[in-house]
Write a protein that binds this ligand. Structure first.
Ligand code: PLP
Length: 366
């Protein structure tokens, strides 16, 4: 069994993907070719955002968003310590200070009730992460940001493309949204890729310029930028994959519900996460909480079930970040980091496989 089954997906889409790749090879516009714009338009329509700027990766999307918002030295950006390192990395890269706010014990998402106390006069942005595929409490967070002044809200939707919050799509839930097309994400390409969403035309223009070395016209540089474009080939691959994406999202939601029900029914000593009312999760990872995780992981491995840990150490306890932030105790993040284990998940996981995993989990936690 694969932890994430990308081969079945390719088999199902082989003809569409190969045709799209061949078209790029034939026209030869490998950088900012026609598929880039076509993909951006399709994706903007999909999440219902006025603008979509494709970029080289999810990390680059977050970095470019911060650069476009002119966040830098002396500024603070509030984020979650319980995330992939890129979320905080880009804050440090622009010279700002990451300020970590603890997370909810049953979702792993930023605890909006703790936000007010973390906001200072230096706070320029809040960057919630929609962890494991479930949107953070974006309206609550945007409401607090608006009440407390001119604070931007950037959703790190790297894991949650396709998920919804009150019927709206993740990525378009706040002033700026960023996503990733890393192969293992819900919408994955065959390399690196990412995108920025916003309804703000000026911000979109700034992101588009920063993506190409801050250039507003050929060899005319109005701002400091990066080399951050997404390849035409990757956009072409995702255009083919979009044809199946609605089915995949529905299937992921269904499998997530099945996992939760089956784990509860099995008597496994594993606690599924909660999906809050009014939201869906696309389960980029199907993650549960267990005691004695190392033993459970070993037991599952012996049963031939691959697992992963997202994430074993919160960022305020990472050597590179503990000196940047105030490194105070964030007990929920620390507890979750010691208990989380992610089970095999992809739209092509079969029900039989899911039942095998749950049975093995029940044995490993017995
Ligand atoms: C994957 C991920 C990123 C970074 O995306 P890349 O495309 O790998 O650069 C950022 N934030 C979160 C929460 C992620 O899961």
């Amino acid at each position: 069994m694969d932890f994430i089954d990308l081969k079945s997906q390719y088999r199902a889409l082989r003809r569409e993907i190969n045709t799209r790749i061949q078209a790029v090879l034939d026209h030869g516009q490998y950088i900012l070719g026609p598929e880039v714009q076509e993909f951006e338009q399709r994706l903007a329509a999909y999440v219902n955002s006025a603008h979509c700027i494709s970029v080289a990766s999810g990390t680059e999307a977050l970095l470019i968003a911060l650069m476009a918002l002119e966040i830098g030295p002396g500024d603070e950006v509030i984020t979650s310590p319980f995330t992939f390192v890129a979320t905080a990395e880009v804050i440090a890269l622009v010279g700002a200070k990451p300020v970590f706010v603890d997370v909810e014990p049953d979702t792993g998402n930023m605890d909006a009730a703790l936000l007010d106390a973390a906001i200072t006069t230096r706070t320029k942005a809040i960057m919630p992460v929609s962890l494991y595929g479930q949107p953070a409490d974006m309206d609550e967070i945007s409401g607090i940001a608006a009440r407390r002044g001119d604070i931007a809200v950037i959703e790190d939707a790297a894991q949650s493309l396709g998920a919804t919050y009150q019927g709206r799509k993740s990525g378009a839930l706040s002033g700026v949204g960023c996503t990733s097309f890393f192969p293992s994400k819900p919408l994955g390409c065959y390399g690196d890729g990412g995108a920025i969403f916003t309804d703000d035309a000026a911000l979109a223009q700034a992101c588009a310029e920063i993506r190409v070395h801050g250039q507003s016209a050929r060899y005319y540089h109005t701002r400091i930028g990066v080399g951050g474009r997404m390849d035409t080939l990757q956009c072409a691959i995702l255009l083919a994959k979009l044809g199946r994406f609605d089915w995949e999202v529905a299937r992921r939601i269904e499998l997530g519900n099945k996992y939760t029900a089956a784990i509860r029914a099995s008597g496994a000593r594993a606690q599924p996460l909660t999906v809050r009312p009014g939201r869906t999760s696309v389960w980029a990872q199907y993650t549960v909480l267990v005691d004695d995780r190392d033993a459970v992981q070993e037991g599952l491995k012996k049963a031939g079930i691959p697992t992963a840990v997202h994430y074993p150490r919160p960022l305020h306890r990472q050597p590179a970040y503990e000196k940047l932030c105030d490194a105070k105790a964030l007990p929920v993040s620390e507890l979750l980091a010691s208990q989380v284990i992610s089970l095999p998940m992809s739209a092509d996981l079969s029900e039989t496989q899911l039942e095998l995993v749950v049975a093995a989990l029940a044995r490993a936690t017995a």
